[in-house]
Design a protein around this ligand. Structure first.
Ligand code: DQA
Length: 145
């Protein structure tokens, strides 16, 4: 059984009502349920969301110790959190940065991710399907596909 942490950052707890035209109408709980259903058996998910940067840094470190892989959507921290970059850089499990929206097709400030250099791969603009792609990649890296 592989354990994968799926960590969502700032403002992602508001999915469902937050700009549904950009992020879709599913809540984070709906999305987590859907991801679990897409990988029946064989994967144990640790789903978490926080609006506190320090808490997320702790969870990233914890995932490095107690999970086999990591998928993270840092929300707006993507664009400025060097603390999150440094936490991710120190984690050695397969790790993917996922974004629901296509950050390259939006405001200029969203085009740059300071965390991307610290992860193995990024997924943008695929909506919730991006989480499935990210988890599939982690499993591939773990030799499970
Ligand atoms: C996001 C993109 C970020 O720019 C934004 O701040 C978010 C969500 C995405 O999933 O598309 O909160 O990470």
């Amino acid at each position: 059984m592989k354990r994968i942490s799926v960590l969502n950052g700032v403002n992602l707890g508001a999915l469902g009502t937050r700009r549904p035209e950009v992020y879709g109408s599913r809540t984070l709980a709906d999305i987590e349920e859907w991801i679990s259903a897409e990988f029946p058996g064989g994967v144990e998910f640790d789903f978490r969301q926080t609006d506190y940067e320090g808490e997320m840094v702790g969870w990233v470190r914890e995932a490095g110790r107690s999970s086999d892989g990591l998928v993270i959507n840092p929300g707006a921290w993507t664009h400025y959190s060097y603390a999150l970059h440094d936490a991710l850089e120190a984690v050695e499990v397969p790790k993917v940065e996922a974004h629901l929206s296509n950050i390259h097709a939006r405001e200029d400030w969203r085009r740059h991710s300071v965390v991307s250099p610290a992860v193995d791969a990024t997924v943008v603009g695929m909506g919730v399907f991006g989480y499935k792609v990210a988890v599939s990649y982690v499993l591939e890296r773990l030799g499970r596909v």
